[in-house]
Design a protein around this ligand. Sequence first.
Ligand code: GTP
Ligand code: MG
Ligand code: ZN
Length: 287
Amino acid sequence: MIARIIRIISKEYTLMDDKENRYDAILTGKIRMQMKPAAGDLVEAVRLDNRWVVEKILPRRNKLIRPSVANIDQALIVMSVKSPDFSPALIDRLSVLIMSSGIQPMLVVTKCDLGIEPDFEKRIEEYERGPMQVIRTGKGSLDPSLAGILEGKISVLTGQTGAGKSTLLNELEPSFHLATQETSKALGRGKHTTRHNELHPVAGGLVADTPGFSSLDFSHIAAQELASYVPDFLPYLGQCRFNDCIHQNEPGCAVKDAVERGDIPRVRYEDYLQIMQMIQERKERYL
Ligand SMILES: Nc1nc2c(ncn2[C@@H]2O[C@H](COP(=O)(O)OP(=O)(O)OP(=O)(O)O)[C@@H](O)[C@H]2O)c(=O)[nH]1
Ligand SMILES: [Mg+2]
Ligand SMILES: [Zn+2]
């Protein structure tokens, strides 16, 4: 049988076939030596001595390390308008990390029922005009298009603790009850409500409700490739005077020109420069 790993708890694996039947399984020793299976992996399993045994992991399309999920179709950046505050810098950092893993990012703006500061409203509209898909949600006003976006796909939710990731999934699929907690408590204790990595069947797709993260690592990204991970920059790449332009101080830069014309939001460009600086400073330190 071919099935997908949807949960791993130490050595116990839960598989799901395409009819949403679930099976408990273990690994053969051979695989255990070769590679670490992840939620999202497609596997071949056989029935041996009354139990399912995973014999082979099929090739992966992509793989995230934190959370450990393979074959991801899209990542939803979940960002609240309030508590915690809306943060374009965080969205831009996350979308770079997501793009650099070969995964499509999308933005879900939560807690819109709490009211949106005019300054944040401007920032949200900049994303809406850009290439990333944006969805606004709030308590009791779930955007119906979200279900269609998840259908038939493997999605990962990412975002700060308290942004409303688990709440979103509970609203989409009222049959399960993921633990949520008061933001103040979550922030105060510096702990996340959501701990383990698991794919949940939601709206005809599979979704990883991952914990909020504690650090962002850009160390695998070269200065030269950073711009290709910024969705707003893509139409302008290859049009600069120098073909090794990193859109920082170079003359004849098509990205900077687009910023001056207002075709790329200035905030997006400033966030790019900050990430670039993080990459360059690390390089210097290690020279
Ligand atoms: N007003 C309002 N509150 C919300 C909304 N979404 C979530 N909340 C509240 O925000 C708090 C945190 O929500 P969670 O869903 O636990 O947040 P999370 O992103 O899963 O957090 P971690 O699991 O810690 O990463 C809870 O008290 C929710 O009730 C919303 O759309 N509107
Ligand atoms: Mg959660
Ligand atoms: Zn340039």
